[in-house]
Design a protein around this ligand. Structure first.
Ligand SMILES: [Zn+2]
Length: 360
């Protein structure tokens, strides 16, 4: 994957001077690094459609309808496609690699990468926590969505607020509401929420199912998909319980990104409630049948770049890590596998090239 994005601004890294997060690990600025995702820049201006081109993610499908989606009927009326089709030019980009945890003396406590205009990916460093969660910011005209906050051990709050300031500077907006939403109530996803409790312009939705339902106005959890407008930027809030009861995914109409957190990721997919999980995967498949999916982005990377080889549990060093991005084909692969398990009644750990189905 190329280093620079299509708008000329390369990888965005902030927080170079953040304090170490404990554990004796010291972080120093790597801003002079000429390789890897360490280039400091600022939020780029909006793209000029006449001069930009797609990145050929290989995963976009103008129809989004997989012939083998197998989505018909297995969950009856619980899942309906609904809504309008969504077509997207896939232009998001990724750094060539993320920090792999091998050089904590010269690592950032988190990385910040501009996927595209108004779309930012954070990764908490492996040096701070073995789960090294990813979390995301999607900017609209009225709200900036922060989807997950990491473990809270990495002082990322200041970087988030810096990015908000950059957005206001780039857009000329007078202000914006920071909307803190969690994919689910696990400590590696909502542990950083507290960092925004004293931020006057932040709304912390809360990570429980009840809080998610209340804020977004769900009336029929989990069968309903709610569309929420960040201000000229609609996103779909898709219930995906199974890994955890109140788990959600987010589909972004602007970028065609599907944020799946721990429902689909390149690593072990831990499943608490298999039947519920299977229905959630079905819901994602159906929802994306008429909507382009440029990338499926999960909450962690747990696979090496060797097909079918995950890292050991708790590994804090990830040499030769697989890339973060997945495609709708992976969703279809997961769907097919869990449907087969549901049908056979044999629910077991199953290793695929890019993920591991891991019933608990
Ligand atoms: Zn997680």
């Amino acid at each position: 994957m190329r280093m620079r994005n299509v708008w000329g601004a390369a990888v965005l890294v902030l927080g170079c001077n953040a304090e170490p997060s404990g554990g004796g690990t010291s972080f120093t600025s790597a801003g002079d690094s000429s390789t890897g995702p360490m280039e400091t820049t600022t939020m780029s201006p909006p793209p000029d459609p006449s001069t930009t081109s797609g990145t050929d993610s290989g995963s976009a499908d103008s129809t989004g309808v997989g012939s083998d989606s197998g989505s018909s009927g297995s969950t009856g009326d619980d899942v309906t496609t609904g809504g309008e089709p969504n077509m997207v030019d896939c232009m998001g980009v990724f750094p060539p690699q993320w920090q792999d945890g091998t050089d904590c003396d010269n690592a950032f406590p988190y990385e910040v990468h501009q996927y595209g205009y108004g779309t930012v990916i954070f990764r908490q460093a492996l040096c701070t926590h073995a789960n090294a969660p990813f979390f995301y910011m999607l900017f609209g005209q009225e709200q900036a969505l922060l989807f997950d906050t990491g473990t809270g051990s990495n002082s990322v709050g200041g970087a988030v607020l810096d990015i908000v300031d950059q957005w206001l500077a780039v857009t000329g907006l007078p202000d914006i509401e920071l909307l803190v939403v969690n994919s689910h109530a696990d400590a590696d996803h909502d542990g950083g929420n507290f960092q925004f409790e004293s931020t006057a312009f932040a709304t912390i939705v809360g990570s429980s199912q009840a809080e998610i339902e209340a804020y977004f106005g769900f009336e029929n959890w989990p069968t309903e998909v709610v569309t929420h407008d960040l201000g000229g930027r609609p996103i779909d809030i898709i219930p995906t319980p199974g890994h955890a009861p109140g788990h959600i995914a987010v589909y972004d109409h602007q970028t065609g990104v599907l944020l799946t957190a721990d429902t689909l990721l390149p690593g072990r997919i831990f499943i608490e409630d298999f039947d519920t999980f299977a229905t959630s995967v079905e819901r994602l498949v159906v929802h994306t049948e008429i909507r382009d999916v440029c990338h499926v982005l999960g909450g962690h990377i747990g696979m090496t770049n060797q097909p079918g080889v995950p890292y050991d549990f708790g590994a804090m060093v990830h040499p030769n890590e697989r890339e973060l991005e997945m495609s709708r084909d992976h969703l279809l692969e997961l769907h097919q596998a869990v449907q087969a398990m549901a049908k056979s009644g044999v629910v077991v750990t199953e290793t695929h090239n890019d993920f591991v189905i891991f019933p608990l």
